[in-house]
Design a protein around this ligand. Structure first.
Ligand code: TPP
Ligand code: MG
Length: 393
């Protein structure tokens, strides 16, 4: 026991610096980035480990710049992800490029792994092209209507199965989304029809100002899978390697095999394809969105303990400790991240939107009333040019 009454963490660190100490969840790295004594480190090449770190750093840099761009009026409302990069990046590295990602609005790391930052950033500037382009990288447009994407994600997974395509769908959503009917309908359908779906629940403790304790009376979100007849697993979502291992295992199960023994699989039955629920336990360091002030509902001091689990620091420490990166390598990754994000911003700011785009993508054929509105807009642009959009003083 230490002076705070807790046992020292398995990493040798004091529990007081580990908000997940004592939690029953899957971990590879301790808070200080050292592999835990009994952990199985995923069998990846040096390049793959470094690529995970690089994507974490790019995602963090993107996040910092996006918040700054919003403050300058250069993008619209933005949902920061700092603190949650480990789960989005680690889980996406565990998928094949052909696998589909369907996400809420905070898992930007998945888009970074798919190398789609330039294509994606225009979305946050209000350009429809930002959602259209990422579809080419097997990423569904992000979804703000909470949980509404989950039945679609299950439908896509069912279609892959039906067509005998070896593809799975990783559907990301928050703890708050689990209170929506769509979540339950999607989980139920996936369980009954064995769709190759990975339900990735990002439990960051909050749904805007609603704490986890008011979201559910279940002791964990992972447990909810039991009611639908498949497995749920809890993982440290701020540990990129644990997030990788658990997603890898879930993807293999969804494909109808369970080759990896990295994560204990309580079912261990046959090789029938099965969906899974993965609860990534994590924390958002910043505001819900740039329109939110978290000090209205949480004590800023509550955030500090979670910074000890920063996924970037842990991955960097792991790479250093295992001789996979040095000061020079770390500096090079940061320089590259600065450049990648700066290029994405330059690209996004060069997009010249066509106002008529706002009528695209919702309907294959425009209903008469919407067509009339589009024609009116086009006529106004024709007559007044850009001035058609200026408000009269
Ligand atoms: C159907 C629906 N209801 C309410 C909202 C308003 N809303 C936006 S974000 C949010 C909280 C979602 O919390 P969670 O699923 O935990 O995701 P997080 O923001 O924490 O990543 C709510 C209620 C919405 N967008 N859609
Ligand atoms: Mg949440």
């Amino acid at each position: 026991m230490n002076e705070n009454g807790g046992d020292a963490g398995a990493s040798g660190r004091d529990d007081a610096t580990d908000p997940l100490a004592g939690e029953d969840l899957y971990r590879v790295l301790g808070p200080d980035g050292s592999p835990l004594p009994d952990a199985t480190v995923p069998d990846l090449s040096d390049e793959e480990f470094r690529a995970i770190y690089r994507d974490l750093v790019v995602t963090r840099r993107f996040d910092e710049r996006a918040v700054s761009l919003q403050r300058q009026g250069r993008i619209g409302t933005y949902a920061p992800c700092a603190g949650q990069e480990g789960s989005a990046v680690g889980s996406t590295h565990a998928l094949a490029d052909r696998d589909l990602i369907s996400y809420q609005y905070r898992e930007h790391g998945a888009v970074v792994v798919r190398d789609l930052l330039s294509e994606y950033l225009p979305y946050w500037m209000g350009h429809e092209s930002g959602t259209e382009a990422i579809a080419d990288g097997n990423v569904f447009p992000l979804n703000i209507g909470i949980a509404a994407h989950l039945p679609h994600a299950v439908g896509a997974a069912w279609a892959f199965d039906y067509r005998d395509e070896d593809r799975v769908v990783a559907a990301h959503f928050g703890d708050g989304a689990t209170s929506e009917g769509d979540f339950h309908e999607a989980m139920n359908f996936a369980g009954v029809f064995d769709t190759p779906t990975l339900f990735c629940c990002h439990n960051n403790g909050w749904a805007i100002s609603i704490p986890e304790s008011r979201q559910t009376a279940s002791d964990t979100f992972a447990r909810k899978a039991t009611a639908y007849g498949f497995d749920g697993v809890r993982v440290d979502g701020m540990d990129p390697l644990a997030s990788y291992a658990v997603t890898r295992e879930a993807a293999e199960r969804a494909r109808g095999g369970a080759e990896s023994d990295a994560v204990p699989d309580p079912s261990e039955t046959d090789d029938a394809p099965r969906p899974s629920l993965v609860e990534f336990v994590e924390y958002r360091f910043g505001a819900h969105t740039t329109a939110d002030d978290p000090s209205a509902y949480r004590d800023p001091d509550d955030v500090e303990p979670w910074r000890a689990l920063d996924p970037l620091d842990r991955m960097e420490a792991f790479l250093r400790e295992t001789g996979r990166i040095d000061d020079e390598g770390v500096a090079a990754v940061h320089d590259e991240a600065d450049d990648v994000v700066a290029d994405a911003i330059d690209f996004a700011e060069s997009v010249e939107p066509d106002p008529a785009d706002m009528f695209e993508h919702a309907y294959a054929e425009l209903p008469p009333e919407v067509r009339r509105q589009r024609d009116e807009l086009l006529a106004a642009v024709e007559e007044h040019g850009e001035d058609a959009f200026l408000r009269e003083e």
